[in-house]
Write a protein that binds this ligand. Structure first.
Ligand code: SF4
Length: 375
């Protein structure tokens, strides 16, 4: 029995969404895209929304969404009621592919819970031929796919925007998702790691020694990166007041960051640095949405961001931003603090020594100077 309370909750949230709801009702391949955290977090996640849009643009593919249910609904699922997708109202087992977009390490626990609520075996080796194919992607599995290897049939390493369409086309061409031939073909797609073809070996102390690779399998697996990001740009297809960026039409300004702070997965996974072209950035402003959210790593150093923000304000739009570096150019800090009413700095640690250790050596004096500048 599907969880009717969850289905109703999805309907409430769908009613508040504006934009392109893309999931079609006729398909050759059905995919359920999970964000293993709450709806408000997932809908503020550029990567999740980007993959939702991208998968639905592949002809023949229908991509629906599912999030971690509200805490009040989780006991119903623990008691055996079935998880249900947002738009098509199908159970996960009715989809051919389950894809998880993972942005936070601790969400791995939620992945396991979602698989259990989906009634799909969490361990890949226990899945039968009729189970959905389980794919992982996002910053966390890209940075270190091995913790996902026991539960993943496939891991997309790097930026999914490049690898996912090729992966989906293989599944469409084959008309099935779990045969040995399908896995062999998937392993040939750049940016796709099929863990069952690789056997890591460890010494008595648990240290990695070597890896045994099955015949005809690429090694090492190459990372996928989105070559055309600067020209194509990236925006969210859906806007909602229930997002962590409430009501904001999110536009991605840049990917990658030359600072490569030690803790920053995003800068290490999304390489090299790319910024959207001036034309694309100003083109974002033609949206009918009244609130724009400028997001991205190294956002503060886009050469045309100040111009774009001022243009957006002239068009009567309100603006919001992801966090900025303390050493952002002063003209940008001025326009951000004036127009959004607040500035969020990514300082990361309380002392200079700690910041030095995590690879973000921001002087205390500079932080104080910039704070005073913004107030
Ligand atoms: S400056 Fe920010 S975006 Fe760049 S590497 Fe450091 S934390 Fe990441």
């Amino acid at each position: 029995m599907i969880c009717r309370a969850l289905s109703s909750r999805w309907d409430e949230l769908l009613a508040l969404e504006e934009g392109e709801r893309l999931c079609s009702r006729g398909w050759d391949l059905s995919l359920l895209l999970f964000f293993p955290n709450f709806y408000r977090v997932g809908m503020a996640n550029m990567g999740f929304q980007s993959i939702y849009r991208l998968a639905n643009t592949v002809p023949g593919v229908a991509c629906d969404r599912c999030f971690l249910p509200d805490p009040s609904l989780q006991p119903l699922l623990d008691r055996g009621e079935e998880l249900v997708s947002m738009e098509l109202k199908q159970t996960p087992r009715e989809f051919q592919v389950l894809a998880f977009s993972v942005s936070f390490e601790l969400d791995l626990l939620n992945v396991i819970r979602l698989l259990l609520w989906s009634k799909v075996p969490p361990l890949a080796r226990e899945r039968g031929d009729n189970e959905p194919l389980v794919i992982f992607g996002g910053i966390v599995p890209s940075a270190n796919p091995e913790p996902f290897a026991p539960i993943a049939d496939v891991v997309v390493v790097g930026e999914g925007e490049e690898a996912l369409p090729s992966l989906l086309r293989v599944l469409l061409e084959e008309g099935e998702t779990r045969s040995p031939r399908v896995f062999q073909r998937l392993a040939q797609v750049p940016g796709v790691y099929v863990p069952s073809f690789y056997e890591p070996r460890y010494d008595a102390f648990g240290r990695f020694v070597s890896v045994k690779v099955w015949a005809d399998t690429p090694f090492p697996v190459v990372w996928s990166f989105w070559r055309d990001f600067s020209e194509e740009g990236n925006t969210v297809p859906l806007v909602t007041s229930e997002s962590s960026f409430p009501g904001a039409y999110l536009v991605e300004v840049s990917r990658g960051c030359p600072h490569l702070c030690k803790f920053c997965l995003s800068s290490h996974v999304c390489r090299p640095l790319r910024v959207v072209s001036r034309e694309r950035l100003l083109g974002y402003l033609d949206t009918l949405h009244s609130r724009l959210g400028f997001v991205g790593t190294f956002l503060s150093h886009h050469p045309h961001l100040v111009e774009a923000v001022e243009e957006a304000v002239n068009k009567g739009k309100s603006v919001t931003f992801s966090s900025l570096r303390v050493d952002s150019p002063l003209p940008l800090l001025k326009v951000v603090s004036r127009e959004s009413g607040r500035v969020t700095f990514g300082v990361e640690a309380a002392t200079e020594v700690l910041r030095e250790r995590v690879g973000k050596p921001l002087p205390q004096d500079l932080i104080m100077e910039r704070l005073l500048y913004c107030v």
